[in-house]
Design a protein around this ligand. Sequence first.
Ligand code: WTA
Length: 649
Amino acid sequence: MALTEQERNEYKQKITNIANSFQSKKANDHLRSRTEEAEGRLEFWQERASTLSWFQKWDQVLEWSYPDARWFVNGKLNASYNCLDRHLDSWKKNKPALIFEGEKGDHKVYTYKELHAEVNKFANVLKSRGVHKGEIVTIYMPMIPEAIIAMLACARLGAPHNVVFGGFSPEALRERINDTKSRFLITCDGAYRRGNLLRVKENVCAALKEADSVEKVFIVKRANIDIEIIGGRDIWYHEAMEEAGEDCPPEIMDSEDMLFVLYTSGSTGKPKGIVHTTGGYLTGASTTLEYVFNMKQDDVYWCTADVGWITGHSYLVYGPLLNGATIVMYEGAPDYPSKDRYWEIVQKHGVTILYTAPTAIRTFMKWGVSYLEKWDLSSLRILGTVGEPINPEAWNWFHKNIGGGRCPIMDTWWQTETGMIMISPLPGTNLKPGSCVAPFPGIKAEIVDKSGQPVAPGEKGFIVITEPWPSMLRTIYNDHERFKQTYWNTIPGVYYAGDGAKYDEDGYFWVLGRVDDVINVSGHRIGTAEVENILIEHPVVAEAACIGKNHEIKGQAIVAFVTLREGVCPDSDLVELAEELKKHIVLRIGAIARPEDIYLTKELPKTRSGKIIRRILRDIAEGRMIGDTTTLDDGFNLEEVMKNILVSS
Ligand code: WTA
């Protein structure tokens, strides 16, 4: 299975050529003619698209009517066919596609042939219960193989999936079901996390109380617990699978047909349903995985992201399967049963590529190197990070202790909306700890000021994408106007990512973080407005404002400032009240939105026009003002503001 020395060298040369041609660009180097570049870009993506299997070839690479793009116009293909069927003609049919590692140590391997059979069977199950092309199916699952099988079965039928992260609350699930009006839901009885049993089906029942659209619920048996089964609505997955045939022809989909919708937080309260289509998305996910991780046929690839996020979609499921890779999927927590679980998995399965998040790396750093000693990590050859900026200290720790000083780290910048890695080094690029280096081949990303002019090295600006790319979001589900306003109108003419960044003297990109009201907690996006809206629904809360404070492990943590309604007795136990408010948020959104601190205060600092001054809240939360009595520009005396704070927890 291993590549020959010559093949390895050829591959290295290919990567180096690409790196040189695309990544030598300096910040202000606009010498190359745009037309020439555009032609090169389209040619590149066209060549990449032809590595997929199409039932019918496209007749135009790109149709661009700002800000609406159609890629590979009139091309026909199927995502599940590309991930599975086309590998079955070769030796790959007996290659492991998926190695599942359960939290309790159980593991299961599916070859491409076996995964194909499961997906076909489940597609038949769905089809026989009424799922058809265009029907949005919601998936609410933990990290088990059936989550992947469900996604691919939907794709096989041309039914877009709507995966909802398993850690979300019933209310968050309900909101996503109601927005898509899903008639079908795929879930499980229970799940394991850090040794605890999570009663997933109970959450589902709670969510469905006010989600009338759902007609059928498919339930995977994972935890073997007693659950309520509602006759006529609930169907056991394993029972339905027993009767299902192994052959379900893939639906012929247009390149621009919707493959999935995935909700993400924005700066307003309502999460946005990001819509991705088929041909362009698959081209982007497949190409980036192959190039960024230099994917070879003997690699064992482990992406630690949950299927509920975009990284799970593009780089746990679609990207690797399109490349015929062997995927490791781990169900549980990194510290279960002990803090070396990840390293045990790397050794056990001989993982060669590890793609994870900076927050995880900082946690491992805190736990210390003693947890690594027992394990042989020499199989690793490339590392990757995503989700938030990685601080050089964490980068160096990862490089030295996990990568043994020999594995390059691909710091990949991208978003739910971009669908694929947009800014990243390639193996062979000169790396700088903390920099995601340069745009991927075929991507035009720049750092500009508010008026859209490129900034000079060292100056702060905003990341924009100046040309359409294949896996770009096509719309926000049910809200095309919001799509145009949010992404294409802040700096007219270009896609506005919502991230601040700067170039260094060599033109390398350094991402500084979100510049909007989105907090990035451990790589998860949470809108301040979402948390604020939930807080003010609590009967004691009059007003609420949330900010992100810097956090050593999580990158950012949520801090909420809350004023109480009149009549709420300030002498009651305010610490308890603050705790109750934290619980209220966990219950309504999920544990990822739990505030680190809650300040109960008599007043919030506001401008004359009534706008909350979040900068002051950030100063307070990060402890910058203690003992500082300076009067601020806004006419605020911090000491006065502080006197208003009743309690912090
Ligand atoms: C942040 C995750 C710095 C960024 C794929 C972006 C990063 C948001 C990086 C998207 C990185 C992602 N360096 N920041 N390498 N990667 N981000 O939609 O703020 O969950 O806007 O997609 O994560 O988060 P999302």
